[in-house]
Design a protein around this ligand. Structure first.
Ligand code: NDP
Length: 277
């Protein structure tokens, strides 16, 4: 068996073309604002990529970088002001915020209708209820990639390894909405390998280089790898040992070039939803 490699880069390029025409047809281009606290080089790269993506599809983009010692009250004020600004259609608070900032309090100041990253509890609650809402972009992108390749989800057994609010948990809800039978695993799960081996669809959202190995996967499984890691040699890799499972699974998202490129496309998809809310 040779795995179908789910090419997120090409799928994202096609999706961006469509987004560009949809934006061009709007009376006014929507505006996205990213609020970032300085001091995280990885976040600098993510934010730059979001800005580039906005430029490619013709969406307005601005970045507000706050000093590393900014206080919670000031960030709350900024988010409240942006939420009230009719010229701002989508807001991203670049996570994680530094430890001294109360993220929960900051997120509560965000207008849920402008929450294109789906982090506000109202959006998270709607997702959990199975009601249409703004969904976190990374898992939404993973689901879009499965749809793009016509991979059946309904009735399949799926396991999501990882339960963060931005990746694992919402992915589990989305798979459930798509009628999979879903298990959520985490660092306290017992006999994880045995659980993974039973699954038709394996989602990795762990953050550990090549953690899921060939022996853990059922032959023919579909693998969605959200991991973005650097191994001991400094090589970018996912949470799955991709090179050694390619002749064992039926489909897999590569890292890089799989779920990653889909994330920003989904953010912009959410922005176009937000302007209608
Ligand atoms: P978190 O660190 O917030 O969550 C990691 C999850 O993995 C936790 O639920 C944790 O369990 C679980 N976990 C850790 N160790 C184990 C283990 N040994 N066995 C089973 N479960 C374990 O990470 P994120 O969800 O934010 O990110 C996950 C990965 O996805 C990272 O590599 C990140 O870089 C990447 N990512 C990719 C994006 C993309 O666009 N493709 C966007 C965002 C993130 P517990 O809850 O018990 O601690």
């Amino acid at each position: 068996m040779t795995a179908l490699v789910l090419d997120g880069k090409s799928a994202a390029a096609r999706a961006k073309e469509q987004l560009r025409s949809r934006v061009a047809a709007l009376p006014q281009a929507p505006n996205l604002v990213v609020v970032q606290v300085a001091g995280d080089p990885a976040a600098d790269r993510y934010v730059k990529a979001i800005g580039r993506c906005c430029g490619e599809v013709g969406v307005g983009y601005s970045l507000s970088v706050l000093p590393v010692d900014v206080r919670t009250a000031r960030v709350e004020e900024i988010i409240r002001d942006l939420s009230a600004d009719p010229n701002v259609h989508g807001i991203i608070i670049q996570m994680p915020l530094p430890k001294h900032i109360d993220s929960t309090a900051v997120i509560a100041c965000l207008d849920p209708r402008k929450d294109v990253d789906g982090i506000h509890p109202i959006n998270a609650g709607r997702l959990a209820n199975g009601t249409p809402t703004l969904v976190p972009a990374t898992p939404a992108g993973g689901m879009a990639l499965l749809r793009e390749y016509g991979i059946a989800v309904a009735g399949k057994s799926a396991i999501v390894v990882g339960r963060s609010a931005v990746v694992g948990r919402p992915m589990a809800w989305l798979l459930l909405q798509a009628d999979a039978t879903v298990t959520i695993a985490h660092s306290r799960t017992q006999d994880l390998a045995a659980l993974i081996r039973q699954a038709d669809i394996v989602v990795a959202a762990i953050g550990k280089p090549r953690f899921i190995t060939r022996d853990m996967l059922k032959p023919g499984a579909v693998v969605v790898d959200f991991g973005i890691n650097l191994d001991a040699e400094g090589t970018l890799c996912g949470d799955v040992d991709t090179a050694n499972v390619l002749d064992h699974v039926s489909a897999i998202t590569p890292v890089p070039g799989g779920t990653g490129p889909m994330t920003n496309v989904q953010l912009l998809e959410n922005l176009l939803t937000a302007i209608r809310l």
